[in-house]
Design a protein around this ligand. Sequence first.
Ligand SMILES: [Zn+2]
Length: 326
Amino acid sequence: MVSLTERFRFGSVEAINGSNGARFPFCNSILVGGRPAALIDPGAGPAALEPLVEGVGVVLNTHYHFDHISANHLFPRARLLINEVEAADFRSRAGIAGRLGVSVAYGPDGVAHWLDDVRQPGERPPAVTPHARHEWWLSTGRVDGTYPFDREFDLGDTTVVMVHTPGHTAGYCCPYFPHEGLVYAGDYDLTGFGPWYAGADGDPAAMEASARRLAELDAAHFVTGHQEGVLGRAEFLGRLTDYVAVIHRRDDIYLALVREGRDFTGIIEAGVLYPARYHGDPWVAMWERLTAAKHLARLRAAGWAVPPVPPEFDGAGGAQAWSAGV
Ligand SMILES: [Zn+2]
């Protein structure tokens, strides 16, 4: 493993180290050289990105999550492109809340409250999640176009394929640079936390299937979105297997809680995804519930008798379920 202590260059493609070791809410960004240059996922932080403002003509977001879009607003003259699955919701902003799970957990009033909150400028007190950050407002609402999935197109001085890898979000994709043999694996980040599919449009089975797609790409190097940095193929694929196995480990943990006789509330209190001390954060609370509901649905489908799930969370999760409450 090579940490991204500085920029890492593969031909005309550079990996840019995110602030604070690219820990959430920062991420490693990708700069594609050219006139103009292209920037993928501007979440590396202002210190790394502000020097690039003049030269970047196009910004691509692999998905709508805060840590991958937060500095879109630093590039007002660049064209902003996102995937076709998420573009309309990115434009409306309310649709982002739907995909994150706000409409499932807190209903239409919760979505309206969120929009009012993030519309206000100013710093916010530190919080576990970036739910109230004004950059949500600044960096969404505008989309200048969409990029295609799974088709090679010109970007800067090279070409890229935005490989559709749903699961983390429904529109999530991993940029693959065939000439450089490089994949930006983004939120297949291999961190000890494990795969994240807690949003209303996240899907653990799809995230596992998409990992198999990543493994089939002809690439010698993979760049993670957080912490790890640049990995060679063998190390990345080996660790990817362990990373995806966390999904099944969570199944086992939820099954053990069910067999203890816990109800849904008792299962949430166990804090399988996030320690209970963080559950006061409204987004942590909704993601803990959404994740539990998804795993209980998997256990139910496998024939286990599971406790009832609150109606708003029952069936939540997956590519389509989120839209009902928006
Ligand atoms: Zn993400």
